[in-house]
Design a protein around this ligand. Structure first.
Ligand code: ADP
Ligand code: MG
Length: 577
């Protein structure tokens, strides 16, 4: 350990010790304020565990907090408190899993509204139960707990929430939700089971919120649904986390401390204007500090660092060294059976038949060109193969096994990698993390040091060496395409689907790109390219399938199909071709 980190650890230790000693030396007011600081810190940290990386704004905090408070109210006289807290965690997690399964498919505003409705729904259900079954709206809590005890329990809970956050950020689950938060489509196509990842994190986050409610319940000797499920808590927590920075581990804590103090003062002196001021603070944060205080600090540091970074970049062909794609021909079965078969595949959008009974096969080690005028169904065909959209009818087989009913992450795990017609990188992640996202979720996953090494090699392979630490959003369009290819290769694919990957390259980049794709084939990779650039089609493709208005109109070697009168007619009929 360096002297500096010893100093830092010492300072943290002193701060923790001082915080822990507060109940012994402070007044009742200080203790109450300390409890507020702590429980909001736990809630904001727990909220950011899920909402930070996924960007799904949850207003369900009050729901889980209230569930915890009620668990204590019901169980506290029956069971010792550690059991009560454990039980509350279990209840919170179970509710989160049930609710999450039905809502995590929702996106953006719909999720926000639902999560808010959830707290209201649970409050109504509890009220109904209390009035009709229990026989009174409120409950008295006779817990054998001191205020000091609550304070210390919250301290431990905060440490646990921060610890969980620290571990998750370093885990594959953490990477999965960072990818999901930036681009859920990409997440699925690198093999991430997005529902499971979101659900897992939602449950962990809810667990902490519920236990916070359970720990806090004895603070109110009398509990009723309006106290336990107070929706203002949900809003305050969002504001605190966003103010500090929901994207970083300590951001929510940094936001909670000043805002709890501010809300304390506001509540005391301007109770009538409280919600108006709350709203104004919220608006200020959304517009003025979109990434929170921590985000602001980070961008200042990044700007300083960028100023000292060399930005020169040489052509990528010269950086291409040795094979990196590695599903070595050795561990592929040596057989003549096609890698991929499409049999009478169909997909309509409303009345439009985008893919209208298309069949073709893809042989091991070949490059198949999928060509045709704009709107002829090429991208849709790739979407059917990669599972991005389910086929209406037809069979799709990978290595002889049906894949048409599989979700995209399973198809990716089986070795179908793709790039997108409109390039999709994870803009806020570094180039390194973009490629690691491709390594971490296929079978068997690559993680840690080996993943780092492989990702660096792939990045060098596509000509981006030196850019590992740069956020992908800062790359030029062409470089983003290279990065996207590196991420696809990271999946160690059986089949690579390139959707107009060469489009938009200048002539010299085009030659480099063609050389790179050729080299991938030489290494034994099987590729489908959707392409408009005729030079590329002629020099790369072993065979071509030509589509027009959803149907296959020709198939054969490039020279033959490009001379086919029907193909020529199809292209000439299309103004964009
Ligand atoms: P290509 O890639 O050959 O240019 P596409 O497969 O993208 O063609 O599109 C084929 C047809 O299907 C087009 O008419 C397009 O407008 C339509 N289409 C593609 N995707 C969708 C979608 N998600 N919803 C509705 N229509 C779509
Ligand atoms: Mg297309």
């Amino acid at each position: 350990m360096s002297p500096r980190s010893i100093g830092l650890a010492g300072a943290v230790l002193v701060a923790v010790a001082a915080a822990a000693a507060l109940p012994l030396v402070g007044s009742g007011y200080h203790l109450a304020l300390g409890i507020s600081l702590l429980y909001f810190s736990v809630l904001a940290t727990a909220w950011a565990l899920f909402s930070g990386p996924t960007n799904l704004v949850s207003l369900a905090t009050a729901a889980f907090f209230g569930i915890g408070a009620y668990t204590t109210a019901v169980l506290t006289e029956l069971l010792p408190w550690p059991v009560v807290l454990a039980a509350s965690a279990v209840v919170g997690i179970v509710v989160a899993l049930i609710v999450g399964l039905s809502t995590l498919r929702l996106s953006g505003m719909y999720f926000v509204i639902f999560s808010f409705g959830l707290a209201e729904l649970i409050r109504q259900v509890v009220t109904w139960y209390e009035v009709n079954i229990h026989g009174s709206v409120g409950r008295y809590i006779f817990a054998d707990t001191t205020t000091e005890g609550i304070y210390w329990r919250l301290m431990i809970l905060l440490a646990m929430a921060l610890g969980a956050g620290w571990l998750i950020r370093r885990s594959r689950l953490g990477l999965a939700v960072r990818v999901i938060g930036q681009d859920e489509v990409v997440a699925r196509h690198v093999g991430i089971d997005t529902t499971r990842a979101k659900l897992a994190l939602f449950a962990v986050s809810a667990g902490f919120m519920t236990v916070t409610g359970a720990v806090m319940a004895p603070r109110w000797t009398y509990l009723d649904p309006a106290i336990a499920f107070n929706p203002v808590i949900s809003f305050e927590v969002v504001i605190m986390a966003l103010f500090g920075g929901a994207g970083s581990l300590f951001g929510p804590l940094l936001g909670a401390v000043p805002l709890v103090l501010l809300f304390d003062v506001l509540g005391a002196y301007f109770p009538t204007y409280f919600s108006v001021i709350l709203g104004l603070v919220f608006v200020f944060i959304v517009y003025g500090l979109p990434h929170g205080v921590i985000g602001l600090l980070e961008s200042k540091v990044a700007a300083l660092r960028r100023a000292s970074l060399e930005t020169g970049m040489s052509a990528f062909a010269e950086r291409v060294t040795g094979p990196v794609w590695s599903r070595a021909a050795a561990h592929e079965p040596a057989t003549d059976a096609p890698v991929l078969e499409l049999i009478d595949a169909r997909k309509s959008f409303g009345g439009l038949k985008a893919v209208d009974g298309v069949s073709f096969t893809l042989n091991r080690g070949e490059i198949l060109g999928l060509i045709g005028p704009n709107g002829s169904g090429k991208t849709t065909a790739l979407n059917l193969i990669s599972g991005a959209i389910p086929a209406d009818a037809g069979d799709i087989r990978l290595d002889g096994k049906a894949i048409e009913a599989l979700p995209p992450h399973r198809i990716a795990q089986r070795g179908v990698a793709r790039t997108f017609q409109l390039v999709r990188v994870l803009p806020a992640s570094t180039c390194l993390e973009n490629v690691i996202a491709g390594l971490a979720f296929h079978a068997p996953p690559l993680w840690g040091e080996p993943a780092d090494e492989k990702a660096r090699a792939l990045i060098a392979r596509v000509g981006l060496a030196g850019r590992e630490g740069m956020p992908a959003g800062q790359l030029t369009y062409i470089d983003q395409k290279r990065l996207e290819l590196a991420r696809a290769l990271a999946l160690d694919p059986h089949v690579l689907l390139l959707d107009e990957w060469l489009a938009g390259l200048n002539p010299s980049e085009l030659q480099d790109g063609i050389a790179l794709v050729k080299m991938l084939r030489q290494e034994g990779l099987t590729i489908i390219i959707v392409e408009h650039v005729m030079d590329a089609i002629r020099s790369l493709c072993d065979r071509c399938v030509v589509m027009n208005t959803g149907r296959k109109i020709a198939e054969g070697p490039p020279a033959a199909v490009l001379a086919d009168p029907e193909v020529i007619r199809a292209y000439l009929g299309d103004a964009d071709a």
